[in-house]
Ligand binder design. Structure first.
Ligand SMILES: [Zn+2]
Length: 358
C-alpha cells in the first residue's frame, strides 16, 4: 500500500515500535501465518491452497473481496482440531508480543467452524484457551474472545442464535466477553438478530457489530437502535452523516477503525480520504486496528505508522489513541483500570528514554 508520506523522526519511529498497544478488532482466522497454514494443511491431510510458503504468501495477498473470502475459507478448511486452534492462538500471542501488544480482543466464528469442520464448540474453545494461557505465561499477552455471528451464513439467523446459546452458558474463565456480528453487510441488515443480541446482553455479555464498512450509515444506526451494540466495527461510513457522527460523540460509541483493511477493500480510495482524523477531531472515540494482518499485509504497528505518516499524529496523539483501546475494552472495570495504569507508566518511561517528554 505504497502512498507518498512524510518521513518520520527516528525517535517517533522507535516510539511507535516500542509503545504499549491494545488491539480490539482482530480476526483469529484472519491472523494465521502462511507458514503455519502449510503445516496445519500437512498435519490434517488437507490440500494447501498454494504449494510452498512464497506461493501461499502471494495467495494471501488481497486482490478483491471474492478472493479475500476464498482465502478466508481456505484458512478455515485447514483448521481441524482443538490443537490447531491452540497453535494459531499461541502464534497470535507471539506476534503481538513482538509489537508490544499487551491486550487483544479477538473475533472468531464458532458456528462456521463447528458446522463445517465437525468440531465440538467446547473443545475448540478449550484449544483456544490453551493457546491463550501459553501466550499469557510466555509473553504476558492477555486475550479475550468475541464470538461472531455471521449475518450472511447459509444458516443465518439460526447460526447466531446457536452462538448465543453457547456463549451465554460459559464461565468467565472461558474468556468470551462479547457477541459480535460479521459477514457481508449488503442485503443482511441487523434487524433479524435483535432478539439474539438482547439475550446476550441479558446474560451480561458485551456486544459489538461490524457496520458501516460496505453499507452506509443506516446499518450503524440500526446496529445501535436494534442491537444496542456498545462499539461499532469499522463504522467508516458514518462520515457520510453529520447527525450520526454527533450521536457517536454524544453517546460515546467507540469506532474500531482498520485503515489498511479499508484501503485494501476499497472502502476508501486513499489514506488521505480516510475519515479517521476527522472522526477524532470531531470527538468520536476512535481506535486503530489491523483486522486480518497477513491478508492485508499489515500489523497493528503498521497501522500506528499510518497515523503518524499520513495524518501527522505525534507522540501525544498516538498515546491517546493507544489508550482509547484500553478504555473501551470489554475488561472488567478493575482490570481495565490496572491495565491503563501500567500503560501510562510504560509510556512515561518510554518517552523519557526517547527524549519525547510532554
Ligand atoms: Zn473485522
Amino acid at each position: 500500500m505504497a502512498e507518498i508520506a512524510s518521513p518520520l523522526d527516528p525517535r517517533l519511529e522507535a516510539f511507535i515500535r516500542r509503545m504499549p498497544k491494545a488491539e480490539i478488532h482482530l480476526h483469529l482466522e484472519g491472523s494465521v501465518r502462511p507458514a503455519t497454514l502449510l503445516e496445519l494443511a500437512r498435519r490434517n491431510g488437507v490440500d494447501p491452497p498454494a504449494a510452498g510458503e512464497a506461493a501461499l504468501r502471494e495467495f494471501f495477498r488481497f486482490r478483491d473481496f471474492p478472493h479475500f473470502i476464498e482465502v478466508y475459507i481456505a484458512v478455515c478448511s485447514c483448521l481441524r482440531t482443538p490443537d490447531d486452534f491452540a497453535t494459531i492462538v499461541r502464534e497470535v500471542g507471539e506476534d503481538a508480543s513482538a509489537q508490544n501488544i499487551r491486550y487483544l480482543e479477538i473475533h472468531f466464528n464458532p458456528e462456521t467452524n463447528v458446522r463445517k469442520r465437525g468440531l465440538d464448540f467446547h473443545e475448540m474453545l478449550a484449544g483456544m484457551n490453551r493457546g491463550r494461557a501459553e501466550a499469557r505465561a510466555r509473553w504476558g499477552v492477555e486475550m479475550r474472545w468475541i464470538a461472531d455471528g455471521v449475518r450472511d451464513s447459509e444458516t443465518s439467523p439460526w447460526s447466531v442464535t446457536r452462538t448465543v446459546d453457547w456463549i451465554t452458558a460459559l464461565a468467565p474463565d472461558d474468556g468470551v466477553v462479547a457477541l459480535g456480528l460479521g459477514g457481508n453487510e449488503v442485503g443482511h441488515p441487523p434487524a433479524p438478530f435483535a432478539a439474539d443480541f438482547a439475550r446476550a446482553r441479558a446474560a451480561g455479555l458485551h456486544t459489538v457489530a461490524h457496520a458501516g464498512e460496505t453499507t452506509g450509515p443506516e446499518t450503524i444506526r440500526d446496529s445501535l437502535d436494534l442491537l444496542q451494540v456498545e462499539r461499532i466495527g469499522h463504522g467508516v461510513r458514518a462520515a457520510e452523516d453529520r447527525d450520526l457522527v454527533a450521536r457517536l460523540v454524544r453517546d460515546r460509541i467507540p469506532l474500531e477503525l482498520c485503515p489498511t483493511s479499508n484501503l485494501c477493500t476499497g472502502v476508501v480510495g486513499s489514506f488521505a480520504d480516510h475519515p479517521f482524523p476527522r472522526f477524532d477531531e470531531a470527538g468520536v472515540i476512535v481506535t486503530v486496528n489491523s483486522d486480518d494482518p497477513p491478508l492485508f499485509g499489515t500489523t497493528l504497528t503498521d497501522e500506528f505508522f499510518v497515523l503518524a505518516r499520513h495524518w501527522g499524529y505525534d507522540a501525544d496523539g498516538l498515546q491517546r489513541i493507544a489508550l482509547n483501546a484500553v478504555d473501551v475494552s470489554f475488561l472488567p472495570d478493575d482490570e481495565r483500570t490496572r491495565m491503563r495504569g501500567s500503560f501510562e507508566a510504560e509510556f512515561a518511561a518510554l518517552r523519557q528514554d526517547l527524549g519525547l517528554q510532554r
